[in-house]
Design a protein around this ligand. Structure first.
Ligand code: C5P
Length: 238
């Protein structure tokens, strides 16, 4: 199984100075894998991504692109040039859009194919009622997630974002190397916050997650370095 060896830290901060202040707490030689989402990217743009890359960290740029194939191709080409390591698109954009995304990323990186691209299936904020009444999909939410995962795989994507609870189900529907990147991770006894279904890093590993995204359990910890090291240890050992 392809396992993303380091936990991915969600840099859910509103601006550069706070994100850098957080990163500067770590020893210089500690190379991290961080997630930059829409808020931070829309406020700080490419320069911040370049700065984080220059510091030697890997970047998951989570922009959840969803548009016509041609537009997504062009957007992904920009991200390929930027040298991001992992990024996202919505599977609901369709197979052709996902293929275009992959191609754009590859072309942008000059054919080096270093970046991985994973799909959002159904957002975790989407309820079974919304699938039925708003999307008019007659299949269950779980079936829809499985369907989108298989569609993403057939489009040549590298994996999906899913809850750690769904990871073993997705593994059964796809293949071991198809990445299952899971947010909603907490340390035992930690504050659950707005996440409804959480898992600890070791539980996620045992449930066949191939990567974990951890935000507040690290960023809001009294000692973020100690929290990161504990998450890393629990993730690595299992
Ligand atoms: O602070 P916390 O660990 O809950 O942060 C999780 C990160 O993963 C956030 O950046 C959040 O936006 C993201 N995420 C999520 N659930 C999803 C998809 C992404 O929590 N289904």
């Amino acid at each position: 199984m392809d396992k993303i060896s380091r936990p991915i830290i969600a840099l859910d901060f509103p601006k550069r100075s706070i994100a850098m202040e957080f990163l500067n707490k770590f020893p210089k030689e500690e190379k991290l894998f961080v997630k930059v989402g829409m808020e931070l990217f829309y406020s700080e743009g490419q320069r911040l991504v370049e700065e984080i890359k220059e510091a030697g960290h890997d970047i998951f740029l989570d922009l959840k692109c969803h548009d016509i194939p041609n537009t997504v191709y062009s957007a992904m080409r920009v991200l390929g040039r930027l040298g991001v390591d992992l990024t996202t698109v919505h599977a609901a954009g369709g197979k052709e859009m996902m293929q275009a995304a992959k191609e754009g990323l590859l072309d942008g990186s000059g054919g080096k194919n270093l970046a991985k691209i994973i799909a959002i299936t159904q957002l975790t904020s989407t309820s079974p009622e919304m699938v039925k009444n708003e999307q008019l999909i007659s299949a269950s939410l779980e079936e829809s997630v499985r369907n989108y995962a298989k569609l993403a795989q057939s489009a040549g994507l590298d994996g999906i974002v899913c809850s750690a609870h769904e990871a073993s189900d997705i593994l059964a529907a796809t293949s071991p190397e198809f990445l299952r990147v899971t947010p909603g991770i907490r340390l035992a006894g930690g504050d659950v916050g707005d996440q409804k279904r959480v898992m600890t890093p070791d539980q996620a590993a045992k449930n066949h997650a191939s990567g974990i995204v951890v935000g507040r359990a690290i960023t809001k910890a009294k000692d973020p370095i100690a929290a990161y090291n504990l998450v890393k240890q629990l993730w690595e050992e299992n």
